[in-house]
Design a protein around this ligand. Structure first.
Ligand SMILES: *Cc1c(COP(=O)(O)O)cnc(C)c1O
Ligand code: SF4
Length: 345
């Protein structure tokens, strides 16, 4: 079986009914589609609410944009001094060598670009690396895209060599979905390329449902971690996928079992046509409260909002401190009881 890239291929694989072919033609013309064999295997086609299908199977509602949505929800463009670079925080930049992914998520905040724009040209990559080399305050390069691990082992090794030549860059972080989307593609050669850096390399895995952490996906992560690269997780809070405490707890535990430290739970960005995935910030905070006290501290992610327009990521609670009428500080325990805490001496 090959990666499914068209509504016709999805129908032939039994993932959509033939009646959906016509309505999906316009979606396919607008947004990239890709479901790898590993992901297709996770889908239960008899379950209309399948949380894996929901993330990857195109839906006609994707063309129904809401006025609050934005083509560039977190303001990448405004902070892009040269092609392939987003520089919002002084000490770190995003480097996007490719806009290709192994799978295309229907809620992706870069959906207007991924799978539609080509990779950086040689000249563009030269200019992006020159931008980093010229700025001594850049301590970390976050390689993202697209999914940078879809690059060949040889091209990754070449990129890593060029980054290693920039002495002030101490940390290189790769953001990827590949260990879930195509575990077999995390080959020993690819891992050797990642581990060949003289800089410290971290890998951030994007996964949203505990079923994504199959034995094969966990083994792919183990290859990365055993090569000496620490891993963290990123999850998008998605209505109908992981917005219930049991699913979220199982996902965070699965990360920790895989030696991946839960890092961020992202409130979904205002990506065009992705309204069906968004719940309220209050619901996200309530879910986070359910994790606190019930789940190992190791399994707690930070719930963050990337403020629309490019103002950056901030933790959005919940908050456990409040004040009573007399101005005394109260600390709330995981059961919801409030306890006074004395002021500083
Ligand atoms: C998300 C993001 C980062 C990384 O932020 P961390 O909080 O360090 O994970 C860096 N730059 C940009 C532009 C981002 O959007
Ligand atoms: S893997 Fe990441 S960049 Fe690619 S479509 Fe999914 S969310 Fe977007």
């Amino acid at each position: 079986m090959k990666t499914l890239r068209t509504p016709a291929a999805l129908a032939a694989a039994g993932l959509i009914g033939p009646e959906r072919l016509a309505p999906l033609a316009a979606v396919a013309a607008r947004y990239a589609i890709a479901i790898t064999p590993a992901v297709a295997e996770l889908i239960d086609p008899t379950d209309p609410a399948d949380p894996i299908a929901r993330q990857f199977t195109p839906h006609p509602a994707e063309l129904e944009a809401d006025p609050v949505e934005m083509a560039d929800p977190i303001g990448d463009d405004a902070f892009s001094p040269v092609a392939g670079i987003v520089h919002r925080y002084a000490d770190r930049v995003l480097l996007k060598p490719t806009h290709t992914c192994a799978v295309y998520c229907r809620f992706c905040f870069r959906r207007e670009r991924v799978g539609r724009q080509g990779p950086l040209t040689g000249d563009e990559l030269d200019a992006a690396l020159a931008y980093i080399a010229a700025r001594l305050q850049i301590w970390e390069v976050i390689v993202t895209g697209g999914d940078p691990l879809v690059l060949s082992a040889r091209r990754l090794a070449a990129l890593i060599r060029r980054l290693a030549a920039i002495a002030h860059v101490k940390v290189v972080r790769f953001h990827t979905r590949l260990p879930v989307a195509d575990p077999a593609a995390v080959t020993p050669a690819l891992v050797r390329s990642l581990a060949s850096s003289s800089q410290t390399v971290w890998v951030a895995l994007h996964a949203n449902h505990p079923r994504e952490l199959t034995p094969a996906a966990r083994a792919a992560c183990a290859r990365i971690i055993d090569a000496g690269l620490p891993m963290v997780s990123q999850t998008v809070l998605l209505a109908g996928v992981n917005d219930d405490p049991e699913t979220l707890a199982a996902l965070m535990r699965a990360f920790v079992e895989t030696r991946i430290k839960p890092y961020y739970l992202h409130h979904p960005d205002l990506a065009p046509g992705a309204g069906a995935f968004r719940s309220g910030l209050g619901e996200g905070q309530a879910l986070m409260r359910r994790l606190r006290g019930r789940l190992s501290g190791l399994a707690q992610p930070t719930y963050v909002l990337d403020i629309p327009g490019g103002f950056g990521k901030v933790p959005v609670g919940p908050v456990y401190l409040s004040h009573d009428e007399d101005g005394r500080t109260l600390a709330e325990d995981p059961m919801g009881r409030r306890h006074p805490y004395p002021p500083a001496p």
